[in-house]
Design a protein around this ligand. Structure first.
Ligand code: AMP
Length: 224
């Protein structure tokens, strides 16, 4: 199974990608996580990307395309993947299509998760990341505690620089102007499934799983 999780910043792509990755036993590839790790490790890519990430802008298409090309050729992606954060521009989508063609991959679905813009601003300003493991939590989940429930690190929660309201609004603008057209590109290829992201996390997961099942059954009945 090969899935692109698509949608505005804060819509829940990362949360759903982690759940689906465990459920279907396929790797979760988050380009944002890869870049944040590179920044943390101060690799040449990280040093180059640091300011761009902090400002909420997009890293160049060339860099991202190379990164994805390398990642998808990794044997761990052989049986499927969940892509979270790529493609984010038409240039990336066209390059991605070429990579899929070269790897003879034809079964990709794009799940687009939707939610109201003000709800997203609210969600993003109310979330905190763990400095040690990078996992994200809402203030509700943290509920005044100072220990990360995933890795156990103490006093490690922080507001990502790109989750400040000003940067969030900028990221939402970039999404509308540069990333949203990717959806139209895949609509034309009949690859898109819409999912309401305003529901509780487990309901969103349930809806994603049944939408995938319906799609796979339909495809199987056509090819039978
Ligand atoms: P995310 O965690 O997916 O919101 O990504 C965090 C940041 O990483 C984005 O705001 C961009 O600066 C950068 N980034 C992640 N994926 C891409 C991509 N496909 N193209 C360009 N920049 C990206």
């Amino acid at each position: 199974m090969r899935i692109i999780l698509f949608g505005s910043p804060g819509v829940g792509k990362g949360t759903q990608a982690k759940i689906l990755s465990t459920k279907f036993n396929i790797p979760h590839i988050s380009t944002g996580d890869i870049l944040r790790q590179a920044v943390k490790d101060q690799t040449p890519l990280g040093i180059q990307a640091q300011n761009i990430l902090n400002k909420g802008e997009l890293v160049s298409d060339d860099i991202m395309i190379e990164l994805i090309k390398d990642t998808l050729q990794n044997p761990k992606c052989k049986n499927g993947f969940i892509l979270d954060g790529f493609p984010r521009s038409i240039a990336q989508a066209l390059a991605f299509d070429k990579i899929l063609f070269e790897l003879n991959i034809t079964d990709v679905l794009l799940l687009t998760i939707t939610a109201d813009e003000e709800e997203l601003v609210q969600r993003l300003t109310n979330r905190r990341a763990c400095k040690k493991c990078g996992n994200i939590f809402s203030l509700n989940e943290i509920n005044g505690k100072d220990e990360c429930p995933i890795c156990g690190a103490k006093n490690s929660f922080y507001l990502r620089e790109d989750d400040s309201e000003k940067v969030i609004r900028h990221r939402l603008e970039i999404f509308k102007n540069t990333t949203r057209p990717v959806l139209d590109h895949y609509e034309e290829k009949n690859m898109v499934i819409y999912i309401n992201g305003s529901l509780p996390v487990d309901e969103v997961t349930k809806n994603i799983v049944s939408a995938i099942e319906v799609r796979v059954e339909k495809k199987n009945s056509i090819s039978a």
